[in-house]
Design a protein around this ligand. Structure first.
Ligand code: ADP
Ligand code: TRP
Length: 314
C-alpha cells in the first residue's frame, strides 16, 4: 500500500476549456496530484442526468481525457478511469439510496436549482449525490479537490459514509473536500470573470488565430493609463516585475501590448495544443481501459465487503 493519501476527483466535460479553467483548476491540480495516490474519474453516468445524446457523450469522454493529458497529467501517475466501466459505483449508489431519506436529498443544490427554475428533475438528478458518494467512498478517498459548487456533495458523501457505518459497522472513510481558495479569478476579455457562459473567454486549445481574435477584443478604456484588462491576463503569463517596464515603455500602445500578450500566451499553450492534437482516440481508450481495470480491482474488493455487511452475500 502506498504511504500517500488518496485523492479522487470526478470530471464532467463542460465543453472547450478556457484559460480561466487552466489557471483556476487544471494547473493547481497539476501542481499537487503527484503528492497523492490520485484517481481521476470521468463521471459519464453523472453526465447522463443531463445529456441524452450518445455521440456527444462519447465525444465528451474522449475530450475530457484528452484535455487532462494535454495539460500534462501523466497517466502512469494517476489512475484515469471511466465511472460506467466500474459497475460497483451504481451498485453502491443504490445501497446509499436505501439509507438516506427523501427530505435529505430534497436539500441537494442541483435538484433544488432545477425545481426552482420550474423544471422537472429526473430521478437520476435527485439521487446524483449518492452516486457521487459512491464514487468517492469506494476508494477510501482522503481528499476530493472540487470547486466551491461541489462542497455540499462532499458533505453528502460524509453523511452516506456515517449512515452506512452506523447501520452496518465501520466500512467507509469520511473524505475531506479540497477547495482552492487562494486562486484568483481570471478575468475575461470584458473584465468580468472569464466563463463560458459569458462568452468572454480566451480558449485554452484554440488556434493562434482564435487566441489572437480573443486578445484583440479585450476591452480597454481610453484613459491612456495601463490597460488593466490586458495587464491582468498578461500577469498570468509573465512576472509583474517584467511587465512593469514593458507597460511603461508602451503606455497607451494597446495594440503592441496585446500583440506581446498573444506571443506570451502562445508560448505556453502552443505545446499543449500540439500535444492535444497528437493524442488519438485510441490513445485515450488505452488510458481509460488500463485505469478502469486498476479502479475495478479496488472497487470490487470494497464491494465484496459491503455485500457481506448488508447481508446479500450468501
Ligand atoms: P465556467 O464558468 O466557464 O462554466 P466551470 O464552472 O466549468 O467554468 O469551472 C471549471 C473549473 O474552472 C472550476 O474549478 C472553476 O473554479 C475554474 N474556473 C472557471 N472559471 C474561472 C476563472 N475565470 N478564474 C479562475 N478559475 C476559474
Ligand atoms: N459532480 C461533479 C461535478 O459536477 C463531478 C463528480 C462526479 C465528482 N463524481 C465525483 C467530483 C466524485 C468529485 C468526486 O463537477
Amino acid at each position: 500500500m502506498s504511504e500517500k493519501k488518496r485523492l479522487l476527483t470526478g470530471l464532467q466535460s463542460s465543453g472547450a476549456l478556457h484559460i480561466g479553467n487552466y489557471f483556476g483548476a487544471l494547473k493547481p491540480f497539476l501542481n499537487t496530484y503527484e503528492e497523492y495516490e490520485s484517481f481521476l474519474m470521468i463521471a459519464d453516468y453523472h453526465a447522463l442526468t443531463s445529456l441524452k445524446n450518445p455521440e456527444e457523450l462519447r465525444q465528451n469522454i474522449y475530450n475530457v481525457v484528452r484535455d487532462y493529458l494535454a495539460v500534462g497529467v501523466d497517466p502512469s501517475k494517476a489512475v484515469i478511469f471511466q465511472q460506467s466501466r466500474v459497475q460497483e459505483h451504481t451498485e453502491l449508489a443504490w445501497i446509499f439510496d436505501c439509507l438516506v431519506t427523501v427530505p435529505f436529498l430534497e436539500l441537494g443544490h442541483a435538484y433544488k436549482d432545477k425545481v426552482a427554475k420550474g423544471l422537472e428533475a429526473n430521478a437520476g438528478l435527485f439521487t446524483y449525490p449518492m452516486l457521487m458518494a459512491a464514487d468517492i467512498l469506494l476508494y477510501d478517498t482522503d481528499v476530493v479537490p472540487v470547486g466551491e459548487d461541489q462542497r455540499q456533495h462532499i458533505e453528502y458523501a460524509r453523511e452516506a459514509a456515517k449512515k452506512f457505518n452506523n447501520a452496518f459497522g465501520q466500512t467507509f472513510k469520511e473524505p475531506e473536500e479540497k477547495i482552492q481558495k487562494e486562486i484568483a479569478v481570471v478575468p475575461g476579455i470584458d473584465g468580468k470573470k472569464m466563463s463560458k457562459s459569458y462568452g468572454n473567454t480566451i480558449p485554452l486549445f484554440g488556434t493562434k488565430e482564435e487566441v489572437s481574435k480573443a486578445v484583440m477584443s479585450i476591452v480597454t478604456d481610453s484613459s491612456g493609463e495601463r490597460p488593466e484588462n490586458v495587464y491582468a491576463i498578461h500577469a498570468l503569463f509573465r512576472s509583474e516585475s517584467e511587465l512593469g517596464p514593458i507597460y511603461e515603455t508602451n503606455a497607451g500602445k494597446y495594440k503592441v501590448l496585446k500583440e506581446m500578450l498573444i506571443e506570451d500566451i502562445e508560448a505556453v499553450i502552443a505545446p499543449m495544443r500540439e500535444k492535444r492534437n497528437s493524442i488519438t482516440d485510441e490513445d485515450v481508450k488505452k488510458v481509460i481501459e488500463e485505469g478502469s481495470a486498476q479502479a475495478k480491482t479496488i472497487a470490487s474488493a470494497k464491494m465484496s465487503d459491503v455485500r457481506k455487511k448488508v447481508g446479500v452475500s450468501l
